[in-house]
Design a binder for this molecule. Structure first.
Ligand code: IMP
Length: 502
């Protein structure tokens, strides 16, 4: 006979946190949101940690290299979508790894025989006023001089004047070697009162500019997530079909952590994928697996060697899996059970396997609830898709700006590998929709606001770290009537634009 659960499964909106004692030291500025990403042994440090507990979903409409750089800058990780060719996914990973914060490849370059008019045209096109003069007019040619607004006066000079006649020549420039660190470059800029510093290689070829104006923005990102070589940390999605080709390409490109992208992870396909990775890379490659929604699924993936386990079926905003197939579980209930299994596993083996709650975050406080319920970090799709940095188009619909957002199981993405059951290599039916979400601006501003709320709530619970929150949190189910009471009620709102995650 089938197994029947006694209790219905619940989702985040059905829970609230009950405040605990907060000391005067327990203030948002003192909250540390550091969290482990991959498994570790008791008493040891995890090989990868994040500074904030947010990762962006493995989706075409969410995680490309631009998103990955923006999120790593704030302290989280993007998982670059795997529903693209191996080459293009690896190229995205390598663009993130080669990105050097604060080091700009010059986009405004001329040859010395070009004219003042060419400089003016270039300025009009790029909006940038620092122009490199190189022997070939390219960004990495031999640096012969630099032109800025201080080198010419339009009213007094002919537009036909050759650049070589008014540029600041190389001999008079202050420059530094290509391997100068950002800190050293900034010190030189400061000491010499410069606006920009060219960095050149041993043959005098231009490598980068470091700009004074970027100094402050770099210093602002105190939580940015860097590897040992000071490159941004990035994740990438894999599937259970082409892993023998995709994993080596992603590892070669520099991916720090991989994740099997699958709608349902309690399967032999995942075990085979993890076994292949372990056989070829041992512990060198870090791989998360999922998704599961119960204890059994967690234990299966833990034994199969997953570095973290992802939880969630059917709760994603664009997901129609529950309607189409009738599988899934309320996200809160699934997470609570899996986190408990993780804790028992840790107790028994001394190995801590981080749990990622994936999908279904609607309000900022859902992030805090998920952490309190035992998640080490949260994967979000819709949330990130609304920002400038997501790869999708921003469109104006009836006067409101929207961004496109579509599921990996929609006809648009056709990510059949995510739903693969060893069939005929195609998506038999849709499990996701194609949609719009309200445009919300920059990732930095939104993540800042969300995490500010998380920090405040943690302080209300008397917790200054995520593990402390997980220990101290008091969580209650709420009745349907009290859910109504939770929003503004019995008043007429003057401005319906209430700020928040939605
Ligand atoms: P969201 O944050 O609620 O938008 O959920 C994002 C999550 O939904 C992703 O991380 C995936 O786990 C899941 N997902 C992505 N595409 C689909 C789909 O087409 N159908 C069902 N779930 C999906």
């Amino acid at each position: 006979m089938a197994y029947f659960y006694d209790e219905p499964s619940h989702t985040f909106s059905e829970y609230l946190l009950i405040p605990g004692y907060s000391s005067s030291e327990c203030i948002p500025a003192n909250v540390n949101l550091e969290t482990p990403v991959v498994k570790f042994k008791k008493g040891k440090e995890p090989a990868i940690k994040m500074n904030i507990p947010l990762v962006s979903a493995i989706m075409q409409a969410v995680s490309d290299d631009t998103m990955a750089i923006a999120l790593a800058r704030e302290g989280g990780i993007s998982f670059i979508y795997g529903s693209q060719s191996i080459d293009s996914e690896a190229a995205m990973v390598s663009r993130v790894k080669n990105y050097k914060a604060g080091f700009v490849v010059s986009d405004s370059n001329v040859r010395p025989d070009q004219t003042l008019q060419d400089i003016l045209d270039l300025k009009e096109k790029t909006g940038h006023s620092t122009v490199a003069v190189t022997d070939d007019g390219g960004p990495n040619g031999r640096l012969l001089g630099v032109v800025t607004g201080r080198d010419y006066r339009i009213s007094r000079m002919s537009p036909d004047l050759k650049v070589s006649e008014f540029m600041t020549p190389f001999e008079k420039l202050i420059y530094a070697g290509k391997d100068t660190t950002l800190k050293e470059a900034n010190n030189i800029i400061w000491d010499h009162k410069l606006n920009s510093l060219p960095l050149v290689d041993e043959d005098g070829r231009l490598a980068y500019f470091v700009f004074r104006k970027d100094y402050h923005s770099h210093k602002e990102n105190r939580l940015e997530l860097l590897d040992a070589s000071k490159r941004y940390i990035v994740g990438a999605g894999i599937n259970t079909r082409d892993y023998a080709e995709r994993i080596p390409a992603l590892v070669e490109a520099g991916a720090d952590v991989l994740c099997i992208d699958s709608s349902e992870g309690f399967s032999e396909w995942q075990k085979l994928t993890l076994a292949w990775a372990r056989e070829h890379y041992g512990d060198q490659v870090k791989i998360g697996a999922g998704n599961v929604v119960d204890r059994e699924g967690f234990l299966f993936l833990a034994e199969a060697g997953a570095d973290f386990v992802k939880v969630g079926i059917g709760g994603g905003s664009i997901c129609i899996t529950r309607e189409q197939k009738g599988i899934g579980r309320g996200q809160a209930t699934a997470l609570i059970e899996v986190a408990k299994a993780r804790d028992e596993y840790y107790e028994r083996t001394g190995i801590y396997i981080p749990v990622c709650s994936d999908g279904g975050i609607v309000y900022d406080y859902h992030v805090t609830l998920a952490l309190a319920m035992g998640a080490d970090f949260i994967m979000l799709g819709r949330y990130f898709s609304r920002f400038d940095e997501s790869p999708t188009r921003r469109v104006n619909i009836n006067g409101t700006y929207m961004k496109e957002y579509w599921g990996e199981g929609s006809n648009r993405a056709r990510n059949w590998q995510r739903y693969d059951m060893g069939g005929d290599n195609k998506l038999s039916f849709e499990e996701g929709v194609d949609s719009y979400v309200p445009y919300a601006g920059s990732l930095k501003d939104n993540v800042g606001l969300t995490l500010s709320k998380v920090r405040h709530t943690m302080c209300n619970c008397g917790a200054m770290t995520i593990p402390e929150l997980q220990q101290k949190a008091k969580i209650t189910l709420v009745s349907a009537t009290s859910i109504v009471e939770g929003g503004a009620h019995d008043v007429v709102l003057k401005d319906s634009a209430t700020p928040g995650i939605k």
